[in-house]
Design a protein around this ligand. Structure first.
Ligand code: C2E
Ligand code: CA
Ligand code: CA
Ligand code: CA
Length: 283
């Protein structure tokens, strides 16, 4: 009878087949999304911790650009779901270039409107982008085309198991342009400390895993150790994922100059950053 083998085939094949097909569909949708402009960028304020609360008046020192994808059928797709696929397919290269152009243009608009009060721009860049031999040259072209001063741009990199030598080369080339380098998710990687030795950085971002535990009674927390190290190395430090006033207070006491998190502001569409810069209040 011919049904048996066919059913067995379906039983075995389905669990392996479905994720591969879903991934292929996501890849196809990503390509269409890039072509059809389905992406936008939101901006999360990074604030001076010794300053006033944002909602009590104040302007962010920096903003972090975070990409958003609104798929016509799927609805909003979180970066955690599509960035890994964009990285493994190489689609992060054209998408990342669009994000960079968009954010540099936005930074110039804010700088023209608000001068020194405009926030500096922090942009996430994947290792896959840094591996491109001409990445720094691309950034240079975007800076020239938009008129953004390199000092107003920070590139946030996340260390991978081993930071590929071509990535380190790009980091050197970016710094030679005057672009700042930030080491993201600090403390969660395989080799955060050795990365600091092989790769020059201007800033570290304390991962929110350690921000969450920073109010533990034990004084020798990771958050405390990291800020001491950053100071010794003269590296700027940002604590990310601050959700409570108790955390903000503790990080302020530890000496973190800057912080970021839902406690201050969620990622915002650019119009709301405009309003914040104009009025000092998030509306
Ligand atoms: P990330 O660079 O570590 O970004 C911080 C993430 O934490 C963002 O999630 C942000 O919305 C979220 N966040 C901010 N404050 C808080 C808080 O107080 N509590 C909690 N629980 N979360 C907070 P998002 O936007 O979903 O991005 C996730 C990751 O996707 C990013 O992590 C980054 O690795 C990647 N990503 C996002 N945008 C881009 C981009 O434009 N390019 C690249 N290459 N990667 C991006
Ligand atoms: Ca980041
Ligand atoms: Ca991070
Ligand atoms: Ca990350």
């Amino acid at each position: 009878d011919r049904d048996g083998p066919r059913i067995r085939h379906v039983d075995y094949a389905a669990p392996l087949d479905v994720p591969v097909r879903a991934r292929a569909t996501l890849e196809r949708d990503l390509r269409t999304g890039i072509d059809e402009g389905q992406f936008r960028v939101v901006y999360q304020p990074i604030v001076a911790l010794d300053g006033v609360r944002l909602d009590a008046g104040g302007v962010p020192a920096m903003v972090e650009a975070l990409v958003r994808w609104e798929h016509p059928g799927r609805g909003p797709v979180p970066p955690a779901d599509f960035i890994p696929v964009a990285e493994s397919t190489g689609l992060i290269v054209p998408l990342g270039r669009w994000i960079l152009e968009q954010t540099c243009r936005q930074a110039v608009t804010w700088h023209h409107a608000h001068g020194a009060a405009a926030p500096r721009m922090s942009v996430n860049v994947s290792a896959r982008q840094l591996q491109e031999a001409d990445f720094a040259a691309d950034v240079d072209r975007v800076l020239t085309a938009t008129g953004l001063a390199p000092q107003r741009l920070t590139v946030e990199i996340t260390e991978t198991a081993t930071l590929h030598p071509s990535c380190v080369q790009s980091v050197h080339a970016l710094r030679a342009l005057g672009v700042r380098i930030s080491l993201d998710d600090f403390g969660t990687g395989h080799s955060s400390l050795s990365t600091l030795q092989t790769c020059p950085v201007d800033e570290i971002k304390l991962d929110r895993a350690f921000t969450g535990t920073c109010t533990a009674p034990d004084d020798r927390t990771v958050a405390a150790a990291v800020i001491q190290m950053a100071r010794a190395l003269r590296i700027a430090a940002v604590a990310e994922g601050i959700e409570t006033e108790a955390q903000a207070q503790r990080l302020r006491e530890l000496g973190y100059p800057h912080g970021q998190g839902y406690h201050f502001a969620r990622p915002q569409p650019p119009e709301r950053i405009d309003a914040l810069l104009a009025t000092g209040h998030l509306v």
